[in-house]
Design a protein around this ligand. Structure first.
Ligand SMILES: *Cc1c(COP(=O)(O)O)cnc(C)c1O
Length: 418
């Protein structure tokens, strides 16, 4: 069973100053999880997690992760600016973007960020933009084809389609990019790849690591370049459904260590640092979207209308993603009703749940939508003139801190020319 990290009485207290809907994050959970990740890769002295800012671009969250020793992975100008204001600098920033505008490369270089190049043509674009290439630079690899793992009775454990993805360079381009960058003055190289999203398997990172370690060993031999780090990127997932098993980060770290010992150490690359760029794994389970039921409707189906909508959490509308729902105060009530839980957008995909078995819900009930800490608030938008919600932090001492106020109509109108 998925248990919310806050109670009905806590929400009632919060609602006195901050109406629903709001996103709230669990500081204790974030810190414990970040420490577990760090422990899992403690065998690698250079290890660093670069939190994918796009998952939760909120200074109050980035500051917690900085205190836990994480860097940031940015992919846009404003993410770089926010990271700088939070106190990240130099090697604490990874810049993994694609179709990158020149001004973003300029800011990344000014901050001393590690730039991860998405394409072979970006080598000369970067050189032209900066008038030089950085001493340390990373290249994004795309092996093409279909990436599969663990064929079992129900099909593959993990399956994704790098051959259809717009990201990264081919194998020959990677070697070409290294060679060209070296000629332009680069000295230390990294290799990055992101082959599958939201994997629920302890085998994804080790399999990716094997592929990248072998690629690194070959590329180092073929080009004479010094490979300084391997960036395993994001993709370690979380169990959105209550019946899914969680990944075990200690097992994942150990799997990567074994691949490291088997491939990199014999290739003379035993000093390579391992980087990760996790977003979802770092934050998703430690965020709730809290919303109040405001209407019930009985037509051909039973509907519960809530005060949040898809602008607050887009994943169900966009991907048909499952997010578990708990009705606060009714945790132990029988789930003997079947509802569509819906928001107020004039879009029929604005449904947080379809045909979901839940306890009886009446207007005024508070619902927690689980696992919204990553790619939740951050994918928000203003369709139908809807406003972005507040973001709150539940501190380990039980107090609640405002991280971002809710938008007002004035915010919505601020960019208009009347
Ligand atoms: C989105 C993204 C991540 C984070 O992915 P998660 O699935 O949230 O872990 C990491 N690196 C890059 C380049 C990304 O685009």
């Amino acid at each position: 069973m998925k248990k919310p990290f806050l109670t009905l009485s806590q929400v009632q207290e919060i609602k006195r100053t901050c109406p629903t809907p709001f996103h709230i994050y669990d500081e204790r959970g974030i810190r414990e999880n970040a420490r577990a990740l760090k422990a899992a890769f403690a065998w690698n002295p250079g290890f660093r997690e670069y939190f994918a800012v796009k998952a939760t671009p909120t200074p109050g969250i980035l500051n917690i992760l900085r205190e836990e020793g994480c860097g940031v992975d940015c992919s846009s100008l404003t993410e770089l600016m926010m990271s700088e204001r939070c106190g990240f600098s130099g090697r604490e920033i990874m810049f993994s973007s694609n179709e990158t505008p020149a001004e973003e490369f300029e800011l990344a270089a000014k901050l001393g960020a590690v730039i991860n190049l998405d394409d072979i043509t970006h080598v000369d674009f970067l050189h032209k933009t900066l008038g030089r290439v950085p001493e340390t630079v990373c290249c994004r690899f795309n092996p093409g084809g279909v990436f599969t793992l663990g064929e079992g009775g129900g099909g593959f454990q993990v399956m994704d389609n790098p051959g259809e993805a717009k990201y990264g360079m081919t194998r020959p381009q990677l070697v070409q990019a290294f060679t060209r960058l070296k000629a332009l003055g680069a000295k230390h190289f990294g290799i990055h790849a992101f082959l599958a999203s939201n994997t629920i398997s302890n085998e994804y990172y080790p399999a990716l690591a094997r592929l990248l370690f072998q690629t690194a060993a070959d590329a180092a031999r073929e080009t004479g370049c010094h490979v300084a780090f391997i960036n395993l990127s994001g993709g370690v997932g979380v169990p959105y459904r209550p019946d899914q098993p969680a990944n075990d980060i200690a097992v994942i770290g150990e799997g990567v260590r074994r691949a490291f010992e088997e491939i990199l150490v014999p290739a003379g690359l035993g000093d390579v640092s391992i980087f990760t760029e996790l977003g979802r794994f770092m934050l998703a389970p430690f965020g709730h979207l809290v919303t109040t039921a405001i209407h019930e409707k009985h037509i051909y189906k039973e509907y519960i209308g809530v005060d949040a909508c898809a602008v607050n959490l887009m994943r169900p509308a966009m991907y048909g993603a499952y997010h578990h729902i708990t009705v606060l105060g009714k945790e132990n009530a029988p789930e003997d009703h079947v509802y569509d839980v819906v928001g107020s957008l004039c879009e029929n995909n604005d449904k947080f749940a379809v045909d979901r078995e839940l306890p009886e819900i009446v207007p005024g009930d508070v619902l927690v939508i689980h696992d919204t800490g990553a790619h939740g608030f951050s994918m928000g938008y203003n369709y139908n003139g809807k406003l972005r919600s507040a973001e709150l932090l539940l501190r380990p001492d039980g107090s609640v801190k405002l991280l971002r106020r809710a938008e007002t109509p004035e915010d919505y109108f601020a960019t208009l020319v009347w």
